[in-house]
Structures are given as C-alpha cells and as structure tokens.
Design a protein around this ligand. Structure first.
Ligand code: BJW
Length: 229
C-alpha cells in the first residue's frame, strides 16, 4: 500500500455472513423473510411495534451467539498497526468488528446492542428483549425504548465525521456490501472525487462495482486477510 496514508473502509453484511449472520439481499436473506416496509421503517414501528420488536429481539439474541471471523480479525489487525489515519465505517448493527478488536469504528446504521429511549433520547447498552416494554434505564419511562438502528427514511449516524474522513482518504475499500442502500452506496463516488484509489472486495460485483478502480470477488474471510497481510 505504498503512498497510502489515510484509509476509509466501508463494511456491510457480507463481512459477517461467514459468522452465520444473515445478509439482507442474498437468496434467503432477511428481506426475503420479511418485507422491509413491515420491519425497517419508522412507519412500521408505529403501525405494529410488536412485529418490529420480535424481529429485532430475535436478531439481538442471535448475534450474541456468533463470533468474529477472519475478515473482522484482519481489519482489527490493520486498525491496530496502521500508522496513518484509518476509519472503519460499518453498516452492520452487530458488534463483531469491536469484538475482534477494532477501535477506529463508526456504526452508521446503529447497533443491536443499544436501546434508544424516544422520550429522553439516551442510548443504553441492551442485550435483552424490548417487546416486554421495559423501563428506560436513564429516565425510567416505561414503554418508550426502540432498537437503536437506522431505518429507511432516517438519517444515518455521524455523517459529518464519515465525509470528513472520505475527503482525506488516499484509499477507499468497500467490503461485503451490495451497494443498494444510500448514502453508503455513494461513498465510492465521493472518495473518487476526492482523489482516493478505490477497491471493492465482495462475493460478487456490487451494484456500483464500475465505480471502483479494482474489484476482487470471493469470500471476505479469504479476500480481506489477503489484502491486509
Ligand atoms: C459476501 C459474502 C461473503 C455475501 N464475503 N461478500 C432512491 C434513490 C436513492 C436513495 C433513496 C431512494 N429512495 C429512498 C432512498 C434512501 C434510502 C435508500 O437508500 N433506499 C434504497 C433502497 C434505494 N436510504 C435511507 O433511507 C437512509 N437514510 C437516508 O438516506 O437519509 C437521508 C440522507 C441523505 C443524504 C445523506 C445522508 C442522509 C437510511 C438507510 C437505512 C438502512 N437500514 C438498514 C437496516 C438497519 C437495521 C437492521 O439491521 O435491520 O441497514 S437496511 C439494510 O441495508 C441494513 C444494511 O446496513 C443496509 C445495506 O445492506 P448490505 O450491508 O449492503 O447487505 P446486502 O445484503 O444488501 O449485501 C451483502 C453483500 O455481501 C452482497 O453483495 C453479497 O454478494 C455479499 N456477500 N456473503 C463477501 N461471505
């Protein structure tokens, strides 16, 4: 990686697939099992909160039984040893990057293991269920906690920090994401305009594959360690 000082890495569901966590848009993925409009919009939560809580309670329980894989581990090694600026921007709501040891990390679509109180606006660590309408640990109000995830139509988190890093990047790497969801799908264009080299590591060419200088196909547990080491 000669001449590279500042790296931004975007990750998606494909990075966690080999840990046994379902992706969204692959055959058998989450959006084949549930309609997006029923579980991943603010309107769905207003219409049928029990359905939404069941969907997220089940996934919150499942991720706690999964382990980081070789791709998460390789990115954590890179984070630990890279002397320049580095930012891992994950769309994933699981905690496998941090359990592998990554530190320079932003969860732009939120985190399963947080609950967000819609009354006091505080986030609290959460490993249990939300369907039973528990009290907010911060303000004590009962029945107002929701999953701390970003649904369609909501603003992803820390966009200013992300765009600042992309605009300083010499290298932008996208791993395990279909490129179907904005604004993350537009990061590669932003990075190119800022002069970064762009690399995609994914099982198949993503929807925006043609924007990348180089695209390698294969499983993340092979491609990511090969790239890092
Ligand atoms: C492997 C592998 C292996 C498999 N190894 N690879 C029309 C045009 C443009 C935009 C819009 C539009 N209409 C509406 C919008 C906006 C909308 C949007 O993008 N919609 C599209 C569907 C068109 N976006 C939003 O609403 C966002 N907010 C927003 O835009 O606010 C305004 C704004 C504007 C400008 C700047 C800033 C803000 C919010 C989006 C929220 C997305 N939320 C979800 C759910 C999170 C909670 C939860 O988990 O339930 O986030 S949806 C879901 O998709 C989840 C993911 O993070 C996200 C991306 O999915 P990802 O990670 O790419 O997974 P997959 O399954 O799609 O792909 C996996 C890939 O891995 C595949 O390619 C496989 O081949 C590969 N793979 N195994 C390597 N082993």
């Amino acid at each position: 990686m000669s001449g590279v000082h500042n790296i931004v890495i975007l990750t998606g569901a494909g990075v966690s697939a080999e840990s046994g966590i379902d992706t969204f848009r692959d055959g058998g993925g989450l959006w084949e099992q549930h309609r997006v409009e029923d579980v991943a919009t603010p309107e769905a939560f207003v219409r049928d909160p029990d359905l939404v809580h069941r969907f997220y309670d089940a996934r919150r329980a499942a991720i706690q039984t999964k382990q980081p894989n070789a791709a998460h581990a390789a990115l954590a090694r890179l984070d630990a040893h890279w002397p320049g600026e580095l930012l891992i921007v994950t769309q994933n709501v699981d905690d496998l990057h941090e359990r592998a040891g990554a530190k320079r990390l932003i969860h732009m679509h939120g985190e399963h293991l947080n609950a967000w109180c819609t009354v006091c606006d505080r986030r609290s660590p959460w490993t249990g269920t939300l369907i039973d309408r528990p009290a907010c640990p911060a303000c004590g109000m009962v029945g107002y906690l929701r999953p701390d995830v970003v649904w369609f139509g909501e603003m992803p988190y820390r966009m200013d920090d992300i765009y600042r890093a992309i605009n300083r990047a010499d290298l932008f790497v996208s791993i395990g994401t279909s490129g179907a969801v904005y604004p993350a799908a537009g990061f590669v264009r932003e990075a190119r305009q800022a002069g970064a080299r762009t690399l995609e590591l994914n099982m198949e060419p993503s929807q925006g594959s043609y924007w990348f200088d180089e695209a390698r196909q294969g499983p993340a547990t092979q491609l990511v360690p090969q790239w890092v080491d």
